[in-house]
Design a protein around this ligand. Structure first.
Ligand code: PAF
Length: 322
């Protein structure tokens, strides 16, 4: 495998000049410490795979799909992939299809050079970073592309109610990335719990030849779940944000240690967040697999929430397995 080439580095700086995304930051190219390949076209990735994987014979390939702006949560996915696999591929692609018209697609942080440095230090073998045109042709954002539609019962509730089309966008891009990378394992964080259920179903319903490996949530010292969007929080909002996790813990305690009826525990949780200035989109207790709403105690259960603090939408959950 080659060290990231000069052409890859100039591609990064070219992307920087031409992205026109209004992204928060697009940092400077860096020299990288270890061997890592940056591929930005389907042909380049396929060629790299042919050389690095197919010729090597029976190796396990892990894919960690990301939208970049990497943090310790992503790095825990990569750490797991490194343990399980011989070759680790990370995709960095801000997928327009999963953003609604009033969402943060254009200002989503794009930090390719910094991401490349982190991935290089982590021993990742290849980064797949296509442009929108490369992955979608002229179809993205129009009706002229094939879209994968997951089962309605998984996508119409919770985040799906507030982000119509989001999970179709996720399912479509994950399907594309898996078709290109052809991994044995693909890694997804439990923070995006509904997304995880959607991709599990995608793999089983479309008979994709890979296994989804879930990885637990990584939290800040005060309990806030790591997310690229935490960077949008003001100082005051950041100080309040851990209340989300505290509320989830309180709801769990009410239901499982104090026998409070599920709906009452949830209503109290919503009230607590609302009183602190959060706009609660949902706080629900669900069946951990079907995401059906639960009004009685059942294990496994997942308690999920999405709440806005100012303009920033935060999601979190806790899974009760035993
Ligand atoms: O979780 C994410 O970062 C994205 O939804 C994913 C899975 C990379 C698809 O764009």
């Amino acid at each position: 495998m080659r060290k990231t080439s000069n052409s890859a580095l100039s591609a990064m700086s070219e992307r920087k000049k031409t992205a026109g995304t209004g992204a928060i930051n697009e940092d400077e190219p860096l020299e990288l410490a270890s061997n890592i390949e940056l591929t930005q076209s389907l042909t380049a990735f396929r060629e790299w795979r042919r050389r690095a994987v197919d010729k090597a014979g029976a190796v396990k390939v892990g894919l960690v799909p990301t939208m970049g702006a990497l943090h310790a949560g992503h790095m825990s996915l990569i750490e797991q992939a490194k343990k399980d696999c011989d070759i680790v591929v990370v995709s960095i692609f801000v997928n327009p299809l999963q953003f609604g018209p009033n969402e943060d697609y254009t200002r989503y942080p794009r930090t390719l050079s910094t991401d490349m440095k982190m991935l290089s230090d982590a021993g990742v073998h290849c980064v797949f970073n296509p442009s929108v045109e490369e992955l979608y042709g002229q179809g993205a954002g129009t009706d002229a592309t094939t879209v994968v539609v997951p089962p309605r019962f998984l996508i119409e509730r919770l985040c799906g109610e507030f982000r119509p089309g989001h999970f179709e966008g996720v399912a479509t891009v994950v399907c594309k990335l898996c078709n290109v990378v052809r991994p044995d394992y693909a890694y997804f964080g439990e923070k995006d719990y509904q997304q995880l259920q959607v991709v599990q179903r995608l793999v089983s319903d479309l008979n994709l030849n890979l296994e989804i490996r879930p990885v637990p949530i990584v939290r800040e010292h005060d309990g806030l779940a790591l997310s690229s969007r935490n960077a949008y929080l003001s100082k005051e909002e950041r100080a309040k944000a851990p209340l989300i996790y505290q509320t989830l813990l309180q709801v769990k305690k009410h239901i499982f240690a104090e026998n409070v009826p599920v709906e009452q525990a949830l209503a109290e949780g919503r009230k607590r967040l609302g009183a602190e200035g959060f706009e609660v989109q949902y706080l629900q207790a669900c069946d951990a697999e079907t995401l059906a709403f639960l009004d009685t105690r059942k294990i496994p259960m997942v308690i999920l929430t999405a709440a806005k603090l100012g303009a920033v939408r935060l999601i979190d959950n806790i899974i009760i397995r035993d």
